[in-house]
Design a protein around this ligand. Structure first.
Ligand code: FE
Length: 138
């Protein structure tokens, strides 16, 4: 959880397999998806900062989480636009926008344009890809 940006981007596949649980490896490194409504952060409630489960990067604040009814934790915005990367995902019919951790490249989920104010965005994130740090940043 303490490696530099460069370190996180050069972690080998074998190293990720040893660092992550099988579930984390599948979602973060193989772009898997948590079953709907079964992730531990599906509904808002906990307070703090969600970090990347693979590299610890700061990703989403609990203040931006809302209950989308989708079955996955949903946020109106990342904590910092530079902490996430997006890419076009054509793997399932309609084109979607994939969201990744910008530090380690780990798969987080997708972002859609049907979210609430203030951004109108719905960042639909797998619980497996994030870990709540109860200490909110100052
Ligand atoms: Fe990461």
């Amino acid at each position: 959880m303490s490696e530099s940006v460069e370190d996180a981007q050069t972690v080998s596949d074998a190293e990720w397999r040893s660092r992550l649980s099988p579930e984390e490896y599948h979602v973060l490194r193989e772009k898997g998806t948590d079953p709907a409504f079964q992730g531990q952060y599906t509904h808002p409630g906990a307070q703090g900062l969600y970090r990347c489960a693979a590299c610890g990067y700061e990703l989403f604040l609990s203040d931006t989480q809302f209950d989308s009814g989708s079955g996955w934790p949903s946020f109106t915005a990342p904590v910092d636009a530079g902490h996430v990367e997006t890419d076009e995902d054509r793997s399932l019919g309609p084109v979607r926008t994939e969201v990744m951790c910008s530090r380690c490249g780990g798969h987080l989920g997708h972002v859609f344009d049907d979210g609430p104010d203030p951004t109108g965005q719905r960042w639909c994130i797998n619980s497996t890809s994030i870990k709540l740090d109860p200490k909110a940043p100052d």
